[in-house]
Design a protein. Structure first.
Length: 487
């Protein structure tokens, strides 16, 4: 969340319904802006394609291109972005702002290199037309860049510019796509991908300018953040395994012959599974916003007070009282988030059962949507708990939850491929439900033994390292004595 919490607390302190609505509106675009823009652009372009009568094969190609670009840009930037978020948060806390802008340049150079080489390897032997491949390749890189910029933009206070940028770029790209297709400046499928890429390019340019305008001072430490890959490597793998768990069930069904579709010898996907998965994924958007607002504006105050007492040598009774207050607020806010998301999930299922069949969904796809919506409910609540564990720097516990989720998602999804089509999504639901239970147990046990983890565990870790160092030195001395005796 980097710096968004500081500004949200100020926005939500303002009284009145309009002020609250404005704060909520800004928080929506800053937290899940990329997802909203992607959905709006894709929906707008698809409606446009239906109006102009684009061929079904071309629509499938566009759909697969956007799916691959979005999915793999998320996976490539997931762990990397978590590391940058920690680095940015530390620099903001320590008020070393001159290191932030150089880290943006360095991180973008790294992610563009990684995604650029990966995308080039993927499209190099593709039989797709060169113009289309070029736009698809640029879209993949631009989405990856946008996810990195979105980490930094959370620290920028000018949310009005960010919100306007998202909305303007969406409307502008749809209009440009319409004009290109109407005037037959290029083939329709290339025009759609170009329009989407143009939308993301505009967003990236505006966000980059705004970040540079906010962080004016800069040092020469462009790759200083790379140290965090050593000191906080669990952060990288925690988010990577979590995102892999979110998408690995899709990969499993891509390999089912009766479901998968190969498009232009380039893309392999399972539309009868991926489309319900995409729409069920959208049902968890409320938690992404509510989580940031509630925890940053309610839980954080108790969290900060507890660690203030710990760091300033308060008596045990005051620390224990602050711990109980913090835990009480944590449970209350977590229960609130679970209730809110459950409401939206059930509402999405009811609406899906009622209306999705009108949009070309078969009975099997509607059943998949309902099961996967429950699976994503468990997955997003598990993500909230993982983030709470990271609040207390319990990176190993969060990593354990993420690995459990990733492995179980693959295992149970593979098992479900042997079941009837109505139950294909049940594997992901079982995996996410199991992982949620594991995360709840870990959080409860961790909070019960919070004093040990804070006061004793770090000391034990230091003593263990000192013991290993002493053994190493003793071994070196013995080797030295042995060598001298032989001489």
């Amino acid at each position: 969340m980097a710096g968004i919490g500081f500004e949200l607390k100020r926005l939500f302190k303002d009284k009145g319904l309009i002020a609250k609505a404005k704060a909520g509106f800004y928080s929506v675009f800053v937290t899940i802006g990329p997802v909203i823009i992607s959905v709006m652009v894709i929906t707008g372009l698809y409606l446009l394609l239906e109006v102009i009568g684009m061929h079904k094969k071309d629509i499938d190609l566009v759909q697969a291109t956007i799916l691959y670009s979005f999915m793999f840009s998320v996976i490539f930037t997931s762990g990397y972005g978590m590391m940058l978020s920690r680095y940015l948060s530390d620099r903001l806390y320590m008020e070393i702002r001159e290191d932030i802008l150089p880290s943006l340049y360095g991180s973008l150079a790294v992610i563009i290199l990684i995604c650029g080489l990966s995308g080039f390897a993927f499209y190099f032997r593709s039989p797709l037309p060169l113009l289309y491949k070029t736009f698809a390749y640029l879209l993949f890189i631009e989405l990856s860049v946008m996810f990195i910029l979105n980490i930094y933009i959370s620290a920028v206070k000018n949310y009005k510019i960010v919100t306007f940028c998202f909305l303007f770029s969406t409307m502008f790209s749809i209009l440009i796509g319409y004009l290109i297709i109407k005037n037959q400046m290029m083939d329709m499928k290339s025009a759609v991908i170009f329009s989407f890429a143009l939308c993301i390019a505009i967003i990236n340019i505006v966000l980059a300018i705004e970040i540079q305008r906010f962080f004016k001072k800069k040092s020469t430490l462009y790759f200083n953040f790379m140290r965090y890959f050593v000191n906080h490597r669990f952060l990288f793998f925690t988010n990577l395994f979590y995102m892999m768990g979110i998408y690995i069930h899709n990969f499993v069904f891509w390999n089912i012959p009766r479901l998968n579709v190969t498009i232009q010898d380039t893309y392999i996907y399972a539309p009868s599974y991926d489309i319900p998965a995409f729409y069920s994924f959208l049902s968890i958007m409320p938690t992404m916003v509510v989580f940031v607002v509630r925890l940053e504006t309610s839980f954080y105050e108790k969290y900060r007070n507890y660690f203030y007492l710990v760091n300033n040598g308060a008596c045990y009774e005051d620390i224990e009282f602050a711990r109980k207050e913090m835990f009480k607020v944590l449970i209350r806010e977590l229960a609130y988030i679970m209730q809110i998301q459950l409401f939206f999930t059930l509402a999405a299922i009811i609406i899906g059962l009622k209306f999705l069949s009108n949009f070309g969904f078969t009975f099997e796809m509607v059943s998949l949507f309902s099961i996967l919506a429950l699976g994503y409910y468990c997955a997003i609540i598990m993500f909230v708990i993982m983030t709470l564990l990271l609040y207390f720097d319990s990176q190993d516990k969060a990593f354990l939850v993420a690995v459990t989720f990733c492995i179980s998602s693959f295992f149970f999804s593979y098992i479900s491929t042997f079941w009837k089509v109505y139950f294909y999504g049940l594997g992901f639901f079982i995996a996410s439900g199991l992982s949620l239970v594991v995360s709840i147990i870990i959080l409860i046990l961790y909070m019960k033994n919070l004093e040990y983890h804070i006061f004793c565990k770090q000391v034990a870790l230091v003593e263990r390292r000192q013991g290993l160092l002493e053994k190493f030195i003793d071994r070196v001395n013995r080797i030295g004595r042995r060598s001298s005796d032989e001489i």
